[in-house]
Design a protein around this ligand. Structure first.
Ligand SMILES: Cc1cc2nc3c(=O)[nH]c(=O)nc-3n(C[C@H](O)[C@H](O)[C@H](O)COP(=O)(O)OP(=O)(O)OC[C@H]3O[C@@H](n4cnc5c(N)ncnc54)[C@H](O)[C@@H]3O)c2cc1C
Length: 739
């Protein structure tokens, strides 16, 4: 609204003032802005008055998971809309909380708000498919007992954020693009602590003479900056999805369930999930050496014609039907799930792929050929994964590790002798493909029959599935955890709300598609609360001018430290963080490894604080900002992992805990150097009733404090209409709050 230039520490700073500042222009942030505007209009503010009170601040309109990520048919999970199958909010919430560590009030709010938000998107123009009677057609997704999932195609979340953006443009709400958040301004302390605004570096100004710094002050702050995608080396988050977790921790926000990242199979050259029909088409899965450059055509081999390995085959007990059915099931049992590895279930595939890549080999989906048992002489066991105790300092056991040579290990399992026969698939897979009209001879024809846009999306990104194999890996995809919020998505700091992937509203497992639903409902709830409780006025931070100036001075002093000659380069630091996270906080975890990683992460952050970073050019400033807050984020994640392992959590959600006294994963999966069979610790279900919180505290050696809190339950006091109406009229519904 108001704009004012001020001079601070030799730097011109432009101050902007709004009622609400939303950080992030993904589906969640955009939706919150739309609702805020609409609620303000309902309160009687004119179009202009409403629009002027809101700003969306983002590092890139075209960036983030909503704009850039997807899968074969990206899923939106909502309450059932089938005309024949009844659904209820309580049942929906029951599905969200089923695997534990999920607050009941949040789950119920996501359930109740689900259809309202779904239809809000339909009105905004998202093309969710209907049948000729107008009912929205659903299908089954992972952890989904009903057919609650729907999709607008591979780019559902892109459509969502684009449609909502168009709505914001019609409303005249400002979107401040190219703004990299560098700091969250705080005022006050203890219970009266507030986040007053965000400080940004204008990314465009990095290429001009003068650096432009903006401060967006707000009476309310909504953080919708997505997940910390850049934390992991092996990741399907879009490049440049950094998030602002480290900054939010520093400002005093409390994290929850950070341990619950999701991992699954995704293509790496073009980052995209290979869930749904990509796996239901049952492609051949094979590996090749890292150095193999002869993989131009599927089925080709390198010079001696022998180095592709159908490495899955021997782990499925001689049954081609079982192996092929499990490849099919990966489609809707997409995230890695430790409860689906024993007895040759679908998540065994993720582990075997992970293992293969850890041996330094590359893994591919081949849509031209059906699964094959391959040549037994190449199908040796031998795990690439090894606990940190046996590794060099921070080194992944990858390319350097010698690959096993043919016949160097006795086989306990025989590879299948049968060839692929679609009619021999187990009934669940065969019936699905039959109903989908996808019984063609090759995977690519089956994929085309089920989902031609799934082929098209790769073509648009330079990959022809008809002609070349698709490289995949087990990638970090989503964090179920994030920041703690109450049932109005307000954080532990009053006036600051966290929505979308940044909010930690999911438990240990979530049905596929519920992330997008949660992001929409969270934005609605936050907007409603802001307008009805905190009001629509602009803030007055004049009493805090010295505090704000002091924080800006300190920030600019830090920017100077980022030009320290001889200090580490920010990009190198980021790579180090990513490597460590993939190795120690990925789908396989182990107590000793995690503790060591935490120690190294703290040392790295302290080093950056002490010596600064070497980012001499103006353009490298953003890298330095990111390196510092990602370093702090990684400490928070590792601290949570170490603490959960200490509590004896075992394998849950989307990660496997390796333990000497655990259960055999598979007789042929062994530790890299010892050759001993790897064992995992099953989940400790007694921890399902609590949530692990982490909070920044610089005075502690590990910089974060952990606390387990009990789950909140869903309110069950259904009121008669008249008293409920009175509570609504009198605004009492906003006071029934717990934090
Ligand atoms: C490959 C893939 C497939 C997925 N499939 C599904 C699915 O089928 N169903 C489902 O429900 N979920 C799915 N998800 C998860 C889902 O897409 C995301 O959780 C969701 O889109 C996040 O939305 P958001 O608005 O919270 O954040 P994002 O869409 O990630 O937006 C974050 C915003 O914050 C901005 N930002 C980030 N960092 C900064 C910074 N430092 N400074 C300033 N601005 C910043 C970004 O520019 C962006 O505008 C998938 C995710 C991936 C990666």
């Amino acid at each position: 609204m108001g704009v004012e230039n001020r001079q601070t520490a030799n730097q011109t700073v432009t101050f902007h003032c709004y009622n609400t500042v939303i950080v992030g222009s993904g589906a969640a942030g955009m939706n919150c802005a739309v609702h805020l505007y609409e609620f303000m209009r309902q309160k009687g503010f004119s179009q202009k008055e409403s629009a002027e009170r809101i700003v969306v601040v983002t590092r890139g309109l075209a960036l983030g998971a909503s704009r850039m990520s997807g899968s074969d048919k990206q899923t939106y999970y909502k309450m059932g809309t089938s005309p024949a199958v009844p659904d209820s909010a309580e049942e929906f919430a029951g599905t969200l909380t089923a695997a534990g560590c999920c607050h009941g009030d949040l789950a119920l709010a996501e359930a109740i708000g689900s259809l309202r938000e779904f239809y809000h998107l339909v009105q905004a123009g998202v093309p969710f498919p209907t049948d000729s009677m107008g009912s929205f057609v659903g299908y089954k997704t992972d952890h989904d007992p009903f057919e609650r999932a729907t999709s607008a195609g591979p780019k559902t979340s892109k459509f969502m954020s684009e449609c909502l953006q168009r709505q914001l443009e019609r409303y005249g709400v400002e979107i401040a693009d190219n703004q990299e958040v560098a700091h969250l301004l705080t005022v006050g302390s203890g219970r009266s602590r507030r986040i007053a605004g965000v400080v940004t570096v204008d990314r465009k100004s990095l290429y001009r003479v003068r650096l432009r710094i903006n401060v967006y002050l707000g009476a309310n702050i909504v953080l919708a900056a997505g997940g910390p995608g850049e934390l992991y080396e092996t990741s399907v988050y879009p490049k440049g999805q950094v998030g602002i977790h480290g900054l939010a921790f520093k400002a005093g926000l409390v994290g929850e369930n950070l341990t619950e990242s999701q991992f699954g199979l995704a293509s790496t050259k073009f980052r995209w999930n290979v869930s749904g029909t990509y796996m239901q088409a049952i492609p051949r899965i094979f590996s090749a050496p890292r150095a193999c450059v002869a993989l131009r055509r599927a089925g080709s081999t390198d010079a001696d014609g022998s180095d592709e390995r159908d490495f899955l085959a021997r782990h499925f007990g001689g049954s081609m039907s079982k192996m092929a059915t499990n490849i099919f099931l990966k489609g809707y049992q997409w995230p890695f799930d430790p409860q689906r590895i024993e007895n040759q279930q679908s998540s065994l595939i993720d582990l075997l792929v992970f293992n293969e890549t850890q041996k330094g080999r590359r893994v591919f989906l081949d849509f031209q050929h059906n699964p094959s048992a391959g040549s037994p002489k190449w199908d040796v066991g031998h795990s690439g994964w090894q606990p940190q105790a046996q590794l060099g300092d921070g080194q992944a056991p990858t390319a350097e590790q010698p690959s096993p040579s043919p016949g160097d290990e006795a086989h306990r399992m025989e590879p299948p002798t049968e060839t692929f026969n679609i009619e021999a698939l187990e009934p669940e897979a065969y019936q699905y493909l039959k109903r989908a009209g996808a019984l063609q001879d090759t995977p690519i024809d089956r994929l085309f029959a089920m989902n031609p846009p799934a082929i098209e999306i790769y073509k648009q990104n330079g990959i022809d599935l008809y002609a070349e194999p698709l490289e995949i890996a087990v990638c970090a995809q989503h964090n179920n955890g994030g920041f703690a919020v109450n049932k109005w998505w307000e954080s532990n700091i009053p006036g600051t709300f966290v929505i979308g992937e940044m909010a930690g509203t999911h438990g240990v497992k979530r049905p596929g598609g519920s992330a997008l639903n949660a992001g929409q409902v969270g934005g609605l709830r936050a907007a409603e609360y802001i307008v009805n409780v905190y009001g629509c006025e602009l803030p007055d931070y004049s009493a805090w001018e010295d505090e704000i100036t002091g924080q800006l001075d300190r920030l600019f002093t830090k920017f100077d430290k980022y030009r320290a000659v001889g200090s580490p380069m920010p990009k190198v630091m980021i790579q180090r963080i990513q490597k460590r996270m993939t190795l120690s906080a990925g789908l396989m975890r182990e107590s000793k490894t995690a503790r060591r990683a935490l120690k190294e992460a703290v040392e790295l952050y302290r080093l950056i604080q002490k010596n600064g970073l070497s980012a001499p050019g103006k353009r490298a400033l953003v890298w330095a900002i990111q390196a510092e807050h990602l370093a702090l984020t990684s400490i928070a994640y590792l601290k949570a992992i170490v603490e959960l392992l200490r509590q004896g959590s075992g394998s849950r959600g989307s990660h496997l805990v390796i333990a000497r006294d655990g259960v055999e994963i598979h007789p042929d999966i062994t530790a890299g150097t010892t050759g001993k069979v790897l064992k995992f610790k099953p989940e400790n279900p007694s921890l399902r009733d609590s949530v692990l919180r982490v909070e920044y505290d610089d005075s502690l050696p590990d910089m974060f404090r952990c606390e387990s809190v009990e789950l909140r339950s869903a309110p069950s006091d259904a009121k008669a209409f008249e008293p409920a109406w009175r509570d609504f009229r009198e605004g009492k519904i906003y006071r029934e709050n717990e934090r």
